[in-house]
Design a binder for this molecule. Structure first.
Ligand SMILES: *Cc1c(COP(=O)(O)O)cnc(C)c1O
Length: 949
């Protein structure tokens, strides 16, 4: 074996496994299998036009070299992004630890209690600091969180007041520019009218349903919004505030004014800047809005034995499950980053956070006093960390700072704003001062440090926060390390076993792809620095766009969307802009097959489209006759078809070209949901099937880890005619000639993790990528044929083949009293995470092995499934005390002196020999969903609970 070929490390099976696998499937060669799987008329005729792969060490050298092209300045630009210090134990034990970053979204609560607890900490931290009752478990970035607030409040108004005329949303001119741009994008399709202005002269007229304020303002002024909020309330106008999380340590919490929503980012709680992301945003609100909250919420409940258990709360769990009734399409959020930010608060505790906030604030005051002593005027009457200074020699100041490797925020020809952060030292403050003196030719003199407060008493925080035990226990590294490990042990991630989640593509996230994320030359770049300071990033992002253009067959790519769902929305908005540019703005019908992922209809509604659902036939394919009928019916107004390919049923539909042609013939555009791109790369592509735009989930197909539910990157790739409309950013120019406004806060979305996908493509090369696709299809078909006779596969292609995943039908087992959930939970006893449960068909499992699994692991999984099938046969609807219904079995159950089950402990916990070698113990039994939703608790228990105990 050539030990330098990355493909051999990434792909789990090898030449020697082939004869056995091919025999099981009943084909002579992989080529024959592919031939029987992918329709001939969409197969690529040529290999991908990408270079050959490079080795892992070559890739790391290459990224070292590129990293040197990024210039790490001391950056005081602020605007929602601040240099932060990631505590080393958090970096090493979470960010660099596969036990954390390779976990999936915690749908299977019994094997996810660790990250659920970490997220509960995050929610508690956010609730405490904002002074709000309830917080979710992260959103994509501050600007999208603000947009979610705008739309949630609009929806609430519409529902409560049966559509009065209040459709205006006021946005303070103090709000960050990227947020304003994003609000514009999101407001237009929903008929919300944005009015941007000075909150001090706002008239509170009845046309407004809501407002957004920034706290502190974008250049650091701290306003007292108390009387504003009061007036707004009196006029039935809801108030959302975008707040800086660190400032809330010293400033009065917005919740104390009675605001309705508080949003923001937790980036400065130990998360690298990463040229824009990924970072976890937060969304905190009142308990009364709990059913309208976007994203996921972690809640406390109990398990079968009555023990405390955590799980995703409110049975709908996520808005997008409501499909076209949803008000948000958030699916993947920013779990790994939320875990890190929450752990930052655990490590520092309330006293540590106060130390940090005070240090930052003190540096700001010293800077102000010193500048004022030298005759400069600072204009913020109250400030936390960001000051605004009037300058005469702005050009000279720029020269002086740039010469010393410093970035300031140049507001206008006479004003600069300087935003300080945790990483600033006394020395850094003095260097800043000397830049001002040098530029203005002033001699340094002794400075007086001002006595008066920079934060007026009325705005100072008086309330306690983070009093819970978890924030007051782990302040030494040993304690923190063990706490992190204790949580990690409760979670099953890819470093334990295969996670065969259909549609989610849980493949290897290679260490070499991940390593550069830790390097300061990638981590410590602010998204709004001048392009010449980020040439390393520009090289990578441009190359990645080119790579994705080649792979999809399209003309251009925008890396801005931070998740697949965000990509869907971006793509539909681009289609919308395209129709408008042709004078066809009336086109607003979006056809979506019934089997589509819930985010598809949710995104379409957010883009102002009307969803028309089309049927699937008995083979699971799009019912072409029904589609034709609906196309004809809506031909005048047809905007788009959203289609997943291969379908969510795991099949390459052979009529796809006919379908896309039909849409084009009737003036529509075709949006391809690219979640299943892992079955296409190198063999076919979206352009070939006739699509016009697709998103890719870089966190599925292109090796970015799921991180327990994020980060994600959902770029859109478009055909030539849609290229002009790719999204822009108001601070750093990106996107097409007639660009739509922002989709994400940062110009290139979550640039830092784009390094992973870039590395994946670069190391596999054209041949490796294509072989990965073939292996994914081979592995899926191997599982399908090994399970033959035991489980029925719901849909296959015309020649009986699955694509890269398959749906197995578990509904017949109801006769034995066995539900699909019982199988999912029983798999835990065998050491496996369940496949996707009940999507896209209720009562089924969707299995996707990916190319990264070895034959041995595929066999262990198949053996587990076959063994479970025998257990299903033994089960009866009359006897619920059986091994399936009681699953998963905890160590507590097995070692209990009382054992009242008609099967052995051995059978319960060690059902097959391989299990003993690598036993995974779930930390709780099944969670009680209904109990948790009736008694919704979304924060750590209050301090009184400990006092009572
Ligand atoms: C995962 C998935 C999505 C949503 O992607 P996110 O990154 O979670 O927003 C959309 N469609 C399909 C078919 C998916 O599997």
């Amino acid at each position: 074996m050539n030990t330098e070929v990355f493909a051999a490390r990434h792909i789990g099976i090898s030449e020697k496994d082939l004869p056995q696998m091919l025999k099981t499937i009943g084909v002579d060669s992989v080529e024959q299998l592919i031939h029987e799987t992918i329709p001939d008329d969409i197969k690529l005729k040529k290999p991908l036009d990408l270079p050959a792969g490079i080795s892992e060490h070559e890739f790391l050298d290459h990224l070292q070299e590129l990293a040197q092209k990024n210039k790490v300045f001391k950056t005081y630009i602020g605007l929602g992004y601040h240099e932060s210090l990631t505590p080393s134990p958090i970096k090493r034990n979470i960010l660099e630890n596969a036990g954390w970053y390779t976990a999936y979204t915690p749908y299977q609560a019994e094997i996810a209690q660790g990250r659920l607890e970490a997220l509960l900490n995050f929610q508690t931290m956010v609730s405490d600091l904002t002074g709000m009752e309830i917080a979710n478990a992260s959103l994509l970035d501050e600007s999208t969180a603000a947009a979610e607030a705008m739309t949630m409040l609009f929806e609430l108004r519409n529902r409560q007041q049966k559509k009065d005329n209040a459709s205006k949303f006021f946005v303070s001119e103090e709000v960050l520019p990227q947020t304003v741009s994003l609000l514009e994008t999101r407001a237009i399709p929903l008929g919300i009218e944005l009015v941007i202005g000075n909150h001090e002269t706002f008239d509170f007229s009845s046309e407004y349903y809501g407002v957004l304020l920034q706290y502190p303002g974008k250049y650091g002024q701290v306003y007292d919004y108390g009387s504003f909020v009061e007036k707004a309330k009196a006029n039935e106008i809801k108030v959302a505030v975008a707040a800086d999380i660190l400032s809330l340590v010293l400033l009065k919490a917005p919740g104390e004014w009675g605001v309705d929503v508080v949003v923001g980012t937790t980036q400065r709680f130990g998360i690298p800047l990463g040229y824009g992301g990924p970072h976890a945003a937060f969304f905190a609100t009142k308990e009364e809005y709990k059913r309208s909250i976007p994203g996921r919420i972690i809640g406390v409940t109990k398990d079968t034995d009555g023990n405390r258990a955590l799980r995703m709360a409110l049975q709908t769990r996520e808005q997008h499950i409501k499909r076209d009734k949803a008000t948000s399409n958030i699916c993947t959020a920013q779990v790994l980053l939320a875990v890190m930010a929450g752990m930052y608060a655990v490590y520092h505790g309330p006293e540590g956070l106060k130390y940090i906030a005070n240090k930052v604030h003190k540096h700001a005051r010293v800077l102000v006093s010193t500048l004022e002593s030298h005759g400069f005027q600072q204009t913020n009457t109250a400030y936390f960390d960001t000051i605004t200074v009037k300058v005469k020699q702005v050009e000279k100041l720029k020269q002086a700072t740039e010469g010393k490797g410093i970035n300031l925020n140049y507001v206008d020809p006479e004003t600069v704003s300087i935003s300080l952060n945790e990483a600033v030292s006394d020395q850094d403050v003095q260097v800043l001062v000397s830049c001002f003196l040098e530029a203005h030719n002033i001699q340094r003199k002794e400075a007086n440090i001002a006595k008066e407060e920079a934060i007026p008493t009325a705005l100072q925080r008086k309330t306690a926060f983070l009093e819970h035990e978890v924030f007051n226990s782990y302040h030494s590294e040993t304690e923190l390390m063990r706490y992190i490990k204790r949580l990690e042990r409760k979670d099953l991630a890819l470093n334990h076993s295969m996670i065969s989640l259909g549609s989610c593509t849980m493949k290897l996230n290679a260490a070499s792809e991940m390593l550069p994320l830790s390097w300061p030359h990638w981590g410590n770049i602010h998204p709004f620095v001048p392009l010449e300071q980020a040439q390393g990033y520009q090289d990578v992002l441009k190359s990645l766009e080119d790579q994705l253009n080649v792979i999809t067959g399209f003309s251009a790519t925008s890396l801005q969307p931070n998740s697949g769902a965000q990509g869907e929305y971006a793509g539909l908005m681009v289609i919308r802009a395209y129709h408008e540019s042709r004078g066809e703005g009336h086109r607003n019908i979006c056809l979506i097959p019934a089997s589509a992922h819930g985010t598809n209809p949710a995104s379409a509604v957010m883009a102002g489209m009307k969803v028309v659902v089309t049927k699937t036939d008995e083979r699971g394919n799009i019912d072409v006759a029904d589609l034709e009928e609906k196309v004809q019916l809506h031909a005048e107004n047809l905007a788009a078809l959203m289609v997943t390919y291969p379908s969510t049923h795991g099949v390459f539909e052979s009529s796809i070209k006919q379908i896309t042609q039909l849409i084009h013939d009737n003036g529509g555009q075709v949006y391809m949901d690219g979640a299943n791109m892992n079955a296409q790369v190198g063999l076919t592509n979206p352009a070939t099937i006739g699509a016009d735009v697709c998103h890719l989930n870089l966190h599925k197909t292109f090796a970015i880890p799921h991180g327990g539910g994020g980060p994600g990157v959902g770029p859109i790739c478009v055909a030539e005619q849609l290229k002009p409309f790719l999204p822009s950013n108001p601070v750093i120019k990106t996107g097409g000639k007639e660009a739509i406004t922002a989709i994400s806060a940062a110009p290139w979305g979550s640039a830092l993790v784009c390094l992973i996908s870039y590395g994946y493509i670069k190391m596999l090369g054209a041949e490796g990528l294509t072989n990965a696709t073939k292996a994914a299809i081979l592995n899926a078909n191997y599982i399908k044929d090994r399970l033959k006779g035991k489980f029925d596969v719901l849909y296959t292609g015309e020649r009986g083949r699955a694509a890269h995943e398959m749906i197995i039908d578990c509904r017949p087992f109801k006769a034995n009293g066995v539900e699909v959930t019982d199988i999912a939970k029983r798999l835990i006893d065998y050491g496996f995470h369940a496949p996707t449960v009940s999507f896209p068909v209720a009562g089924t499992l969707m299995i996707e092995p990916t190319e990264s699994e070895s034959l041995a692991e595929l066999d262990r999984f198949c053996n587990a499934m076959i063994s479970i099938r025998e257990e299903i046969d033994e089960a009866s609807a009359d006897e619920p005390n059986n091994v399936l219904k009681n699953a998963p079995h905890t160590l507590g159950m097995i070692t209990n002196d009382i054992w009242e089950h008609p099967y052995s402990r051995q059978k319960a916990a060690f059902p097959l020999p391989y299990v003993a070698e690598n036993k995974f113990w779930p930390s709780i039994r099944r969670t009680d969903e209904a109990f948790g939703d009736r008694n919704l608790i979304c924060t750590c228990a209050p301090i009184e609970a400990y006092a009572e105990a």
